[in-house]
Design a protein around this ligand. Structure first.
Ligand code: SF4
Length: 443
């Protein structure tokens, strides 16, 4: 049995987050006709994801597909293009198509002016009938959101909000170029709750420059006073080869792997002591929150929004880089906002790539999903036999030796000590990761 530091050194390397299986980097060419065909047999209830890639100021840790613009007018044409994209899909929507869930993400959804938000949501509802039990959710940038935005969201029926808080420490904020007053998230939450918001999530980040257990603890103290319903605590991912701005963080210095782990452990301890249930590996929810209930009842799902209670609905994705799922088809839009807009303006579906899920993909997805969401899998439940998985089970030997998993003829359990490494354990069952040449022949 290894100590924590040895385990981190041994297993703490990068592994997919499995918000989809196969992971989106494997998606290959598909035809716009594939999307149209999948749409015709999907629904009639839909989730819609809308991506607004614009932000006013770059956070130096940013790993998202974002475009920095100060000119808010660009939001007006963005809404034009989003509605035009939905219009291109309209002829293939099934009869009685309804919207049951809307998620706005980015970038920054509140980059759009309040009247543009209104035009967008009303435009979507003119095509997809809003269901009585609809749930609308949006990410919020606390630095730039105005009360007029918040009121507009509330008036449009949004009740779930996710605030990108990350850190409230001025010295850390300065180091990552993301400044906001310590009391702003609390003000926003009070405004939203007074207006009827039912679910507030905070995103926090660990592993940032100058972050210490003490500074993290101060942020957590303020956050716990506000008592969001949910929290996500993400580990900063340093990939300056893909995100050159991240190099700026190296000037100040980044915590090493052991220090990052200590920060994460501290967050887990503080939040669970405060009564939050740990969901999966990096989410937390109050005990009565639907996410915590779903986890207790074995119904937790996972999709591009992270852990969720409803990953079963067909997903229409609008906006650059957005990923949708219609039946067994994943579709991803053009990543470049200019190219995406060009396609839409020319009347072409802005599809960049996608993936047709095979029967074998679906049983691998079910296996990985069970590990990520329930920390246990029974082979028969996901269509495998132990014999079929023998080569992969052999690769679990070090995890078994280190007391991170328990293996039986029937299945696999991730033990509490292995929970932090569930992504690395799941990756052993990723057919395309373990057979890198295989995807070229099927993509
Ligand atoms: S607000 Fe989010 S998407 Fe925008 S720059 Fe900051 S981290 Fe990136």
């Amino acid at each position: 049995m290894q100590g924590r530091h040895e385990l981190i050194a041994r297993y703490g390397g990068p592994a997919p987050r499995y918000t989809s299986y196969p992971t989106a980097n494997l998606f290959g060419p598909i035809e716009p006709g594939d999307t149209r065909e999948a749409l015709r047999t999907a629904g009639p209830d839909f989730r819609v994801y809308v991506h607004t890639p614009f932000c006013q100021k770059l956070c130096w840790y940013c790993g998202c597909n974002t475009v920095i613009r100060r000119d808010l007018d660009v939001g007006e044409s963005h809404v034009d293009h989003l509605l035009a994209e939905l219009d291109l899909l309209r002829p293939d929507l099934p009869a009685g198509a309804r919207i049951r869930r809307l998620d706005m993400g980015g970038g920054t959804p509140n980059f759009l002016r309040p009247d543009a938000l209104e035009r967008l949501v009303h435009g979507i509802e003119a095509v997809l009938e809003p269901s009585d039990d609809r749930e609308y959710a949006s990410e919020i940038d606390p630095r730039t959101v105005k009360n007029a935005h918040l009121q507009t969201f509330l008036d449009l029926g949004f009740r779930r909000f996710s605030l990108g808080v990350q850190t409230l420490e001025p010295v850390v904020q300065e180091a990552v170029n993301r400044q906001m007053p310590r009391d702003r998230p609390g003000e926003i939450v009070r405004f939203l709750r007074r207006g009827g918001a039912t679910s507030i999530n905070f995103d926090l980040m660990v592993g940032l420059p100058l972050q210490t257990t003490e500074t993290l603890d101060r942020t957590l103290g303020t956050v716990l006073d506000i008592a969001p319903d949910r929290l996500a605590v993400f580990q900063y991912a340093h990939i300056p080869s893909m995100r050159p701005a991240q190099k700026l963080l190296e000037r100040v210095g980044l915590p090493d792997m052991a220090a990052r782990d200590a920060l994460m452990q501290h967050a887990v301890e503080r939040l669970t002591q405060a009564g939050y249930t740990r969901i999966g590996f990096d989410h937390f929810a109050q005990k009565s929150d639907p996410l915590a209930v779903a986890q207790r009842e074995g119904r937790l799902g996972r999709d591009f929004q992270g852990f969720t209670t409803d990953d079963h609905m067909d997903l229409i994705a609008l906006g650059p880089s957005a990923i949708g799922r219609l039946g067994d088809l994943y579709t991803q839009n053009q990543r470049d906002p200019g190219l995406w807009a060009e396609h839409v303006a020319a009347g072409r579906l802005p599809v960049l790539r996608g993936w047709h899920l095979s029967a074998d993909d679906k049983r691998h997805a079910a296996l990985i999903h069970a590990l990520m969401c329930r920390h246990r899998v029974r082979w028969a439940d996901v269509g495998f036999t132990a014999a079929e998985l023998s080569d992969r089970l052999e690769r679990l030997a070090p995890f078994l030796e280190d007391g991170l998993v328990a293996l039986s003829e029937e299945g696999l359990d991730v033990l509490p000590a292995g929970r932090d490494f569930v992504r690395q354990i799941a990756a052993i069952f990723d057919f395309y990761l373990t057979n890198p040449n295989a995807h070229a022949s099927v993509a």
